[in-house]
Write a protein that binds this ligand. Structure first.
Ligand code: MN
Length: 230
């Protein structure tokens, strides 16, 4: 490997920056990991069960994260679903991190929605194909401002409403795998870096969004996210 400190990029690299509550600096986004089926009642509504042996992870590209308040209805779907999730932001990394060390890695939290093209996801699943693009399209990860909170968050109400009607309502204490477990287990498979982001799974009540819908997602002691589908 060459020493590349003297070399220049052929064009400037793109780094996504996310707003932090009460801060003028941005959070530089690295990799985004998402957990599937982390609440039993959601796994059940999907005709499945939580993974009790080990949590299941997938990824979204950094380009998915957004803090705009107007989300364009995406192409290639007629069944765009909302999944409200607690999102964790890391300011330190590591491999084989123990549960006790996880606290030190956490910078803060945000409220996020893992937007999903459910019809396309099912089509890919049934064909035995990877379903990345049903989860990893532009604007597929709207988040609130990041709230600095280094304490482990294991109990907080999580809700999502569409046009004022509550659709998802649970508590993050209902997660099968808590934050410490998720990050510790993930770090056995990948080296986590400062900037990495983890969507921790959605509770029950996922459902469709249509053009014009106004979404409000909230997590106690974290914040609130508002957006409109246009
Ligand atoms: Mn999800």
């Amino acid at each position: 490997m060459t020493n590349n400190t003297q070399m220049e990029f052929i064009f400037p690299p793109t780094i996504r920056g996310m707003k932090i509550k009460d801060e003028t600096s941005l959070f530089p986004v690295g990799k985004i990991y998402c957990v599937g089926k982390n609440y039993a009642a959601h796994a059940k509504e999907m005709g499945s069960e939580v993974d009790k042996k080990e949590p299941f992870f997938f990824s979204k590209p950094p380009q998915a994260l957004t803090q705009v308040n107007e989300i364009p209805y995406p192409s290639k779907t007629n069944n765009l679903h909302h999944e409200v999730e607690l999102v964790v932001f890391l300011h330190k990394g590591g491999a084989n991190v123990t549960r006790d060390q996880v606290d030190d890695l956490i910078y803060g939290y945000a409220v996020g929605v893992d937007l999903t093209k459910r019809d396309l996801q099912n089509e890919f699943k049934n064909a035995g194909k990877p379903w990345d693009l049903s989860k990893g399209f532009d604007y597929s990860g709207p988040i609130s401002e990041i709230s600095q909170n280094k304490a482990m968050l294991n109990n907080a109400k999580i809700t999502l409403s569409v046009n004022g009607d509550i659709k998802q309502e649970s508590n993050i204490s209902m997660m099968e795998w808590d934050i410490a477990s998720l990050i510790s287990i993930l770090s056995q498979q990948v080296t986590l870096k400062p900037g990495d982001v983890i969507f921790t799974g959605t509770p029950e009540g996922v459902g469709p969004l249509n053009k014009g819908d106004k979404v409000v997602a909230e997590i106690e002691n974290v914040g609130s996210l508002n957006f409109k589908i246009i």
